[in-house]
Design a protein around this ligand. Structure first.
Ligand SMILES: Cc1cc2nc3c(=O)[nH]c(=O)nc-3n(C[C@H](O)[C@H](O)[C@H](O)COP(=O)(O)O)c2cc1C
Length: 186
């Protein structure tokens, strides 16, 4: 099978992620792939925050502070969960979509473009032999988190890509029946 197609067909999400993480050169390739995402009128809505080491601790502190400030259903267990969340992988890339004013490119298209950048990141990582999982939860699309991470009012966190080397058994992937999803008009 064609190698590029095989990379797409065999990509899957990994929850158990450990060291080693991609090198600086490999992340450069990953971000080049991200920035090759489709982008109406090249308005460049997408940017990325790469976190590891102390950066993960900062994210953990931010999750806990925002949860304490704004979640009404908070329990000790939940605080513990949010505190540990960023350490589920040794590297995280935060997907940020920045609203750009353009007469032909509405915000929704810009967010979709950042979503496709996210998928390009996942595919590039898979091609390089690393694993990843896209997560959102209560800390995505969250203005308080954005503010604390130094983003402005036009910037939205649309997701967190957790990255590392996959550990454990490979999961078996479902065989999809395209006929259930495709209608052909000819
Ligand atoms: C926008 C978006 C948000 C997601 N948020 C979460 C999440 O918060 N937690 C989670 O476990 N999976 C989340 N997922 C699902 C996983 O990233 C993954 O796609 C799913 O587990 C299916 O696995 P697969 O990619 O191996 O088919 C999200 C996926 C997308 C596209």
């Amino acid at each position: 099978m064609n190698k590029a197609l095989k990379n797409i067909l065999e990509r899957n999400s990994h929850r158990n992620l450990v060291d080693p993480i991609p090198s600086k050169d490999e992340m450069e390739q990953v971000f080049q792939a991200a920035l090759r995402a489709p982008d109406h009128a090249w308005v460049r809505p997408s940017s990325f925050i790469q976190l590891s080491g102390a950066g993960l601790q900062k994210l953990s502190d931010t999750f806990v502070e925002v949860a304490k400030e704004s979640f009404e259903d908070l329990t000790d267990d939940k605080i513990e969960k949010y505190k540990n969340a960023p350490f589920r992988a040794p590297l995280i890339v935060i997907l940020v979509s920045t609203k750009k004013d353009h007469p032909k490119v509405p915000r929704i298209e810009q967010i979709i473009s950042t979503g496709t950048a996210g998928q390009n990141i996942m595919l590039a990582l898979n091609a390089l032999g690393y694993g990843a999982i896209w997560r959102t939860g209560r800390f995505a699309f969250n203005e308080k988190i954005s503010e604390r991470l130094g983003l402005n009012d036009d910037q939205t966190i649309i997701g967190y890509i957790y990255i590392g080397t996959p550990k454990g058994k490979k999961k078996s992937l479902p065989k999809m029946n395209t006929e259930e999803y495709i209608s052909v008009w000819d």
